[in-house]
Write a protein that binds this ligand. Structure first.
Ligand code: GLN
Length: 542
C-alpha cells in the first residue's frame, strides 16, 4: 500500500523544505521502506529550464531528460533514488495539459474550471506511477498563503479526504524566530501559518519548526494547542553544521518515529550508520584543498548546488575538506588569471550559457594546462578547454563557438541531429528554447587505457546526464589529437565528443555531460573523487 506524505511550508521561504523532505525520505528508507519524492511547483513556467539561475538556482536534470527544480537533486542525493520526469510538475505544465485537452475537446463541452479540472490534473500527477512505493513524499513549493499555491493545496486536501488518514499525512514546516530585544522565541507566525492552512481545509499532522534556539517545552505545548496537533508532533529543527546531519537531527527529534506511528507501522530503529559516518568525515577531515570554480553566476551558490555537493563528496572520499573559491571569470578580462589561480590546487570551469565571461574561462583553462594544475571542465568548461587548445596548441587563433555568433572556425557548434539509442533526434535552431537541448541520459563509449577508463573502473561504456545545445565539432578532432588532446569518450556512434583529456598533464579532463548530477555523499562520483585526489597531490607540490 502506497502512503502519501505532503510537505508544505509557511511563514517564510528558504526554510529548507526540500532538505527536510529529502531527509525524511532517507529516514524512511533507513527503516527499510521504498520511497519516491516529488515536487509540485506553483509558478507558471512549464519547467525551470528557461528560468535564470539568478532567479531559480540550478536546473536539475533527470535521466529521462526532465529539467527540474534543484530540490530533486537533494532528493536524489539523500535517497539514491533516480528522479524521473513524473516527479516534478509546475502550475505551467498542469495548465498547458489542461488547455491542450480543452482544445482537443476532451472535456466534451464542459466549462473548464480550476476545481475540478485543474485540481484533478494535479491529483493525477500526485497519484501517477506510484505502484510498488511504500511512501510518496510530495513537497509543495512556495509558502502557504500564496495565491499561486491554492490549487495545489486544494488538490492535496482532496487526496487526503479520498485516501483517508491511514494513507495520508500532512507536514507543515514553519519558522519560530528568536526576537533578540524580547529575548524570546515567537510562536505566533507558526500559529498564523497553520490557521491559514486550516482555513483551506488542511489540518497538519506534524508541525516542523525551524529555529536557531532550543524551543522550550512550554512553547512547544503552546504550538501544539493552537495548531491542534499532539505535543510530540511538534518537531524542532535546529540549525545544523552540515546538511548531512539533517537526517540524524530529525531522527533525534522523532520526526520519522511520529510518521510511522501515524500510519500504525512497526517502530523499529532505522540504521543511520551511513549518515553518521558521512557527518564524521565532513566534520573531521585530515586536510584541506582549495578548488577555484571559474564561472558566471558566482554570487548565487544555488546555481551550482549539485556541483558544490559533488566536490564535497570528492572531499569525503579523500578525507579532505574542499574549500571552494568562487571566481567570476570576467575578472580575468581586466586582471591576469595568475594572481587569482596561483594558490589553488585545482581549477574547475562549470556549465554555463552565453558569451559573457568566456575569455576568462579560456584563460583559466590555459593557465591550468600550462601550469599543470588539475583542470576539470564540465559541459561549457569542456567546450572552453577545447577552444583554448585549438587556439594555442593547434594554432587556430580565431577558434570559437557558434553560441557566440557566426565564426569561420566553429570548434564548438550547433548540431541538429543525433542518435539516442537507435533513434534519430532532431532539433532546429528556431525551435522553442526549451526544445533544443540534448537532455538527459546518454551513453558514451570510453577508450580503453585512457585516464577516464581507469577512473570509471575500467568501464567501456557509461551513461551520464546532459543539458546542452552545442557540441565539440568532430571536424577538429584529428588536429586536436595531433596536438596532444585525446578524445577518450565518444557517443556510441562515434559522432559526438563526450570526453577530452590531455594525457601529458597531471589531470586535465573535460566532459560534455554533468557528472555532478549523479554524485551522492555515500557514493561520490568517480570523476570528483579522482579530481580531488589530484588536487591533494597538487597541494603537496605547492
Ligand atoms: N552553453 C553550452 C551549450 O549549450 C554549454 C551548456 C552547459 O554548460 N550546460 O552547449
Amino acid at each position: 500500500m502506497t502512503r502519501f506524505i505532503f510537505i508544505t511550508g509557511g511563514v517564510v521561504s528558504s526554510l529548507g523544505k526540500g532538505l527536510a523532505s529529502a531527509a525524511l525520505g532517507a529516514l524512511l528508507q533507513a527503516r527499510g521502506y521504498k520511497v519516491r519524492l516529488r515536487k509540485l511547483d506553483p509558478y507558471l513556467n512549464v519547467d525551470p529550464g528557461t528560468m535564470s539561475p539568478y532567479q531559480h538556482g540550478e536546473v536539475y536534470v533527470t535521466d529521462d531528460g526532465a529539467e527540474t527544480d534543484l530540490d530533486l537533486g537533494h532528493y536524489e542525493r539523500f535517497t539514491g533514488v533516480p528522479a524521473r520526469k513524473s516527479d516534478s510538475v509546475t502550475t505551467g505544465r498542469i495548465y498547458s495539459n489542461v488547455l491542450a485537452k480543452e482544445r482537443r475537446g476532451d472535456y466534451l463541452g464542459a466549462t473548464v474550471q480550476v476545481i475540478p479540472h485543474v485540481t484533478d490534473a494535479i491529483k493525477e500527477f500526485v497519484l501517477a506511477e506510484t505502484e510498488g512505493e511504500d511512501f510518496v513524499l510530495c513537497e509543495i513549493g512556495g509558502t502557504v498563503g500564496d495565491i499561486e499555491s491554492l490549487p495545489f493545496l486544494e488538490a492535496i486536501r482532496q487526496v487526503g479526504n479520498e485516501l483517508g488518514r491511514e494513507r495520508t499525512l500532512f507536514i507543515h514546516l514553519t519558522l519560530v524566530p528568536y526576537i533578540r530585544s524580547a529575548g524570546e522565541l515567537k510562536t505566533k507566525p507558526t500559529q498564523h501559518s497553520v490557521k491559514e492552512l486550516q482555513s483551506l481545509g488542511i489540518q497538519p499532522d506534524i508541525v516542523v519548526c525551524r529555529t536557531e534556539m532550543e524551543i522550550p517545552a512550554e512553547s512547544r505545548k503552546k504550538i501544539a494547542l493552537f495548531c491542534n496537533v499532539k505535543p510530540e508532533n511538534v518537531v524542532q529543527a535546529l540549525d545544523v553544521d552540515t546538511i548531512y546531519q539533517v537526517p540524524v537531527a530529525y531522527h533525534g527529534q522523532g520526526l520519522d518515529t511520529q510518521v510511522v506511528r501515524h500510519f500504525g507501522l512497526e517502530e523499529k530503529e532505522p540504521d543511520l550508520s551511513r549518515w553518521k559516518g558521512i557527518v564524521q568525515r565532513v566534520r573531521q577531515p585530515e586536510g584541506e584543498v582549495s578548488i577555484a570554480i571559474v564561472g558566471k553566476y558566482m554570487n548565487l551558490r544555488d546555481s551550482y548546488k549539485s556541483l558544490a555537493e559533488a566536490l564535497t563528496h570528492g572531499g569525503i572520499a579523500n578525507n579532505v575538506r574542499v574549500k571552494l573559491d568562487w571566481i567570476d571569470s570576467v575578472v580575468f578580462e581586466k586582471e591576469d588569471a595568475v594572481q587569482h589561480l596561483e594558490h589553488v590546487h585545482g581549477i574547475l570551469v562549470p556549465g554555463g550559457f552565453g558569451e559573457r565571461g568566456t575569455e576568462g574561462k579560456i584563460s583559466a583553462a590555459q593557465f591550468a594546462r600550462e601550469r599543470e594544475v588539475p583542470y576539470f571542465g564540465i559541459c561549457f568548461g569542456m567546450q572552453m578547454a577545447v577552444i583554448e587548445a585549438t587556439r594555442h596548441l593547434v594554432g587556430i587563433k580565431n577558434a570559437s563557438s557558434t553560441e557566440f555568433g557566426p565564426t569561420p572556425e566553429p570548434v564548438v557548434g550547433l548540431l541538429t541531429e543525433w542518435m539516442r539509442g537507435n533513434q534519430v533526434e532532431r532539433r532546429n535552431a528556431e525551435d522553442d528554447l526549451g526544445g533544443t537541448m540534448r537532455l538527459g541520459a546518454y551513453e558514451a563509449k570510453l577508450a580503453t587505457g585512457s585516464r577516464v577508463y581507469e577512473i570509471y573502473g575500467n568501464a567501456t561504456s557509461i551513461s551520464e546526464r546532459h543539458r546542452h545545445r552545442y557540441e565539440v565539432n568532430p571536424a577538429y578532432v584529428d588536429r586536436l589529437e595531433a596536438a596532444g588532446m585525446i578524445f577518450s569518450g565518444m557517443s556510441p556512434d562515434g559522432s559526438l565528443p563526450e570526453i577530452i583529456e590531455i594525457p601529458d598533464h597531471p589531470w586535465f579532463i573535460g566532459v560534455q555531460y554533468h557528472p555532478e548530477l549523479k554524485s551522492k555523499p555515500f557514493e561520490p562520483h568517480p570523476l570528483f573523487t579522482s579530481f580531488v585526489k589530484a588536487a591533494v597531490e597538487q597541494s603537496r607540490l605547492v
